[in-house]
Design a protein around this ligand. Structure first.
Ligand SMILES: [Zn+2]
Ligand SMILES: [Zn+2]
Length: 301
């Protein structure tokens, strides 16, 4: 399963009950956080995201609307007694900012904060069930997008067949990952006899803040679902370009060129009270467009 839960969908300033950027990725039993704008912890409480389940945090760039909530989150994790490692990925200066904030407060984290500076495009994390890679986008300062890919999706357990074979429900999770079951008598029940094949691996790309550039489409080509910023409606194309952002139509163009199945748009400017026009305009170019709404989880198709 690959899904994205939106915690913040606004650009620079919190407005109209919308928050700066943050998203939680659920990839099978892993949770990842992308960006951590101000208010992310409050949103996590509201939407019942457990901080302790997050072991990897990805920060796209050092504009405040993408990381001003991070020092609070890192500190809370310590106060809540975290002891497992936390991996943080972001532009190199990020760690200096945190070192200073922690030092002046004489705060010692009870867990290892492992910082991975983003320097080159390519794979950053590879485990046997997923990988995460990064790519550069085109913003006013250094900015990165991320691609999450399943490598080996779980098989589907057929609960009736498994029960008849005498396999306890507690073992179903291991069946999903291909294990055979051995009965008390020492008989082996093969995995294929009680599960269905895994679906095709899924992928999701988060393209962060960027000016319109078809090269972005090349970098995310073929992913199943793309999140692309759409700070403005189409009539403000010039303003978007000047501020290194995109419009609805430009986001939809990228989705079309990249050949993705589904597009999420977000990072809405605080000048807009209502968002209906965003969806309408983008759908004229790319019909399977959805607004990234806070508190909603979007399944990768
Ligand atoms: Zn931003
Ligand atoms: Zn920015």
């Amino acid at each position: 399963m690959l899904a994205v839960t939106i915690l913040g969908n606004n650009s620079a300033i919190p407005a109209f009950d919308r928050h700066p950027t943050a998203q939680v990725i659920t990839l099978d039993d892993h949770l990842f956080l992308i960006d951590c704008g101000e208010g992310t912890q409050t949103q996590m409480n509201k939407y019942k995201i457990r901080r302790s389940r997050i072991n990897h945090i990805f920060i796209s760039h050092l504009h405040g609307d993408h990381y001003f909530g991070l020092i609070g989150l890192i500190t809370s994790m310590g106060l809540l007694g975290r002891n497992q490692d936390l991996n943080l990925y972001g532009p190199p200066p990020l760690i200096d900012i945190f070192k200073m904030q922690l030092e002046v407060a004489d705060t010692k984290l009870p867990y290892n904060l492992i910082f991975h500076p983003l320097k080159e495009e390519g794979i950053m994390v590879k485990e046997n069930r997923f990988q995460v890679s990064c790519f550069r986008v085109f913003h006013r300062i250094e900015c990165w997008g991320f691609i999450f890919e399943q490598i080996r999706p779980p098989r589907k357990v057929n609960p009736d067949k498994a029960r008849i074979a005498g396999i306890p429900a507690a073992f179903f999770d291991r069946l999903k990952w291909g294990e055979n079951y051995e009965t008390k008598e020492g008989n082996i029940i093969t995995n294929v006899s009680v599960t269905d094949p895994a679906p095709k691996p899924k992928s999701y790309a988060y393209s962060a803040d960027t000016v319109f550039n078809p090269l972005v489409a090349e970098k995310v080509a073929g992913v199943d679902m793309l999140y692309h910023e759409s700070t403005y409606l189409k009539d403000l194309e010039e303003r978007a370009a000047k501020r290194f952002h995109c419009t609805t139509v430009q986001a939809a163009e990228i989705a079309k060129i990249a050949g993705v199945k589904k597009l999420l748009i977000g990072h809405f400017s605080s000048k807009y009270d209502k968002l209906d026009e965003f969806e309408k305009e983008a759908r004229e170019v790319f019909p399977n467009t959805h607004l990234a709404l806070e508190g909603v989880s979007y399944m990768v198709p």
